[in-house]
Design a protein around this ligand. Structure first.
Ligand code: GLN
Length: 483
């Protein structure tokens, strides 16, 4: 039995009916880890012994009042802190950093009885689209070990695609959940900005970062969302109102779908575009209407993002100076020299590039021309979506311009790597929720993801449309051939 292909509700029933023990489910995860991890490298740390201890405790406390995540093995991207557990952000500079507290989302999962089996690999500080920018070596795509799983949450995605974890948490600043979900045939949800607490998520670009789940099943990501969802006083951007996932009241036949013409043009692989269009065609048979729409400022999203994200990153990453966290250079002359050497040795190439870009964009004399201008364009992008959502309920696009690319293929060319997120970045700039659902495979057998975008706090719409696409494709029945 491939347990990751079942929904949490199905797994929960097996556990409650004592047809599957929590230990057996954990055995399933760790046997996959034993078999595949050497090739995939989805994890930075694993907590085997304590996971088994936890499993036995949970089994004793089992009753049918428990949450759907109770006893379920989960991987956490290594940019979320857990009390007493090394948290590295896949960076040398945080090597040895042991946080004294736990991120709210992780805490909520733990309190509901989920078993955290380890910390997942990622691009350093979540900067990248391939998980090649990790100080712990790249993660490989379970569908083809010569290819990348996408990024930056590549470890979270690959752990689920290989059955090493039943679900995982990642973070999405410019696409880092939806793009790797697309490349690994998993479902990935980026919630509305402010819905899920960022407390304990190590900041990359604070106005864009959002935590979200990966799984093989649409139901699972929404069940996980309902556990991590909700106000948190520890995050000043957390939304106070609650937006329940009232899924039952939506009817597909009432929905109007928008297809933005800017998302199917230049740079988008033809096979990818065709598979997404095929899904839209099937959907058009059950919804009220499908119309072409325009998001005219789409072409400015990438430069806008790379100004705002790098500016925020340069400020957020200033704290890693060798004094408070992790790594410190060995030989230095004075304090300034210690800062310099620590940061030069501790950060990888991509992170340094971003810090330099961001520092430049924020420097006096350039601030108005770059950062302020980018903020203004961000507003135009927000307005684009607002206008389109006056007419349609959801927007459908590809999630990634290509299927999984080869390791090393884009590593030396940052611009071509940045283009991997051209279809996901506008969503972060506008703070919207979006879901990637597998829509089929290309002629190489690689997964293609469909992206569904909804207005703020309308994750219920994502669920409804995502579930339809899932049911049509039954992609969860397809498994990567791993040995
Ligand atoms: N790939 C994008 C970047 O490198 C997005 C990363 C992310 O969402 N964390 O910035």
């Amino acid at each position: 039995m491939r347990y990751e292909t079942l929904t949490l509700a199905q797994l929960h029933n097996l556990i409650i009916d004592k047809k599957l023990s929590i230990r057996e489910l954990l055995d399933y995860s760790f046997s996959n880890i034993e078999k595949y991890e050497e090739n995939i490298n989805a994890f930075i740390s694993l907590y085997k012994e304590e996971s088994y201890k936890k499993a036995d405790e949970l089994q004793k406390g089992l009753d049918d009042s428990k949450s759907l995540v109770y006893g379920i093995p989960v991987a956490i991207k290594d940019n979320m802190v857990i009390d007493g557990k090394e948290t590295t952000c896949a960076s040398k500079i945080l090597k040895g950093f042991i946080p004294p507290y736990t991120a709210t989302s992780v805490k909520r999962l733990q309190d509901a009885g989920a078993i955290i089996i380890g910390k997942a690999n990622m691009d350093e500080f979540a900067m990248g689209s391939s998980t090649e920018n990790s100080a712990f070596g790249p993660t490989k795509n379970p569908w083809d070990l010569e290819r990348v799983p996408g990024g930056s949450s590549g470890g979270s995605a690959a752990s689920v695609a290989s059955g090493e974890a039943i679900f995982s948490l990642g973070s999405d600043t410019g696409g880092s959940i939806r793009q790797p979900a697309s490349l690994t045939g998993t479902v990935g949800l980026k919630p509305t900005y402010g819905r899920v607490s960022r407390y304990g998520l190590i900041a990359f670009a604070s106005s864009l970062d959002q935590i979200g789940p990966f799984a093989r099943r649409v139901d699972t990501v929404f069940d996980v969302l309902s556990v991590i969802d909700g106000y948190d006083a520890m995050d000043s951007t957390s939304i106070k109102d609650s937006y329940p996932l009232d899924i039952e009241r939506i009817e597909l036949k009432n929905l109007k779908i928008g297809i933005p013409k800017e998302y199917f043009g230049e740079g988008i692989d033809l096979e990818v575009a065709d598979i997404v269009k095929e899904n839209i065609k099937v959907l058009s048979g059950v919804v009220r209407d499908v119309v072409e729409v325009s998001l005219p400022h789409t072409e400015y999203a990438l430069p806008t993002y790379y100004l705002i994200a790098t500016a925020e990153a340069s400020s957020n990453l200033a704290r890693y100076d060798g004094v408070q966290y992790g790594y410190r250079a060995k030989d230095y002359e004075d304090l300034i020299d210690m800062y310099k050497k620590t940061r030069s040795q501790g950060f990888g190439e991509e992170v340094k590039r971003r810090i330099m870009l961001g520092t430049y964009a924020l420097s006096s004399g350039y601030y108005d021309a770059y950062y302020l201008k980018a903020q203004k364009v961000r507003t135009l992008i927000i307005e684009d979506f607002k206008k389109v959502f006056e007419d349609v309920d959801v927007i459908i696009t590809p999630a990634s311009p290509t299927t999984a690319f080869k390791l090393g293929e884009k590593a030396k060319d940052p611009l071509s790597m940045y283009l991997s997120d051209i279809l996901t970045i506008p969503v972060n700039l506008a703070g919207l929720p979006a879901l990637t659902v597998p829509g089929g495979r290309d002629s190489k057998g690689l997964p293609v993801g469909v992206q569904i975008i909804a207005p703020h706090f309308r994750e219920d719409l994502l669920y409804k449309v995502g579930k339809f696409i899932e049911e049509e494709n039954k992609f969860y029945e397809e498994l990567p051939k791993l040995s």
